[in-house]
Unconditional design. Structure first.
Length: 235
């Protein structure tokens, strides 16, 4: 699904208005690949030799996931009626500051936790050790905060009939992301929830890919080709 979405949106890579959404789909795809056992089990030993920490590829996947949500937020702000200064201030507060905190802190906590200390195909299917709890809590808190920001933007966009269909699909994916965060908390205390969480994460990617593909309609292409600003501005 993500491959089809990227093919549909192949003209948006350098688009000011839609490039962020396309980049987010790329990051979500990398996130899924890094947590796919056949790939993870092969990459992890190589990265272990370089870093001395197991499962670094899954840390990279988690960082890609956070980056993807940030990309959707950036895309949404371009469709809101905001001044350039106001938009930059909003992005600095909700993206740059959060990213500057999460990435170094997340890496530090992951290394401190030892990456579970062994080669695991998918961290989702193994109950985390106590030393990894701080990392998981930071990841859950960061993704939840960013998702709430994204939902607020999408509700604004949903007020515009032009945006409504795409915004509703994005909202579905965003609310599923919140549900996945709740299941992640349960996972810390009960590994029996891991299958539901795993399915939710995959479904979230599919929904976001559908939303990104749906937003790239023929009228949007015409607006993109003509260089008009924003494709579907909110009221």
């Amino acid at each position: 699904m993500s491959g089809r979405c990227l093919w549909v949106r192949k003209a948006t890579w350098r688009s000011k208005w839609d490039g962020s959404a396309t980049n987010s789909i790329v990051l979500l795809t990398i996130n899924i690949l890094m947590m796919t056992p056949p790939i993870s089990l092969r990459i992890s030993p190589v990265l272990y030799k370089l870093t001395g920490v197991w499962n670094v590829e899954q840390l990279l996947g988690h960082i890609c996931y956070i980056g993807a949500i940030m990309g959707f937020i950036a895309m949404g702000t371009l469709r809101l009626r905001m001044t350039d200064r106001g938009r930059q201030r909003f992005l600095r507060r909700n993206i740059q500051t959060v990213g500057a905190f999460f990435v170094p802190m997340g890496v530090a906590l992951f290394i401190w936790g030892g990456g579970e200390g062994e080669n695991l195909g998918d961290l989702v299917f193994d109950r985390p050790s106590p030393t990894m709890y701080p990392y998981w809590l930071l990841l859950i808190a960061t993704s939840t905060y960013l998702t709430v920001v994204l939902i607020a933007i999408l509700h604004e966009l949903n007020r515009n009939p032009v945006n409504r269909v795409t915004a509703k699909i994005y909202l579905l994916g965003s609310y599923l992301a919140l549900l996945n965060g709740f299941m992640a908390v349960l996972f810390l205390f009960s590994p029996a929830n891991c299958t539901c969480w795993w399915c939710g994460i995959r479904a979230e990617l599919v929904i976001f890919a559908l939303a990104a593909a749906a937003s790239w309609t023929k009228p949007a292409k015409l607006r993109h080709d003509s260089g008009d600003a924003p494709l579907v501005p909110a009221t």
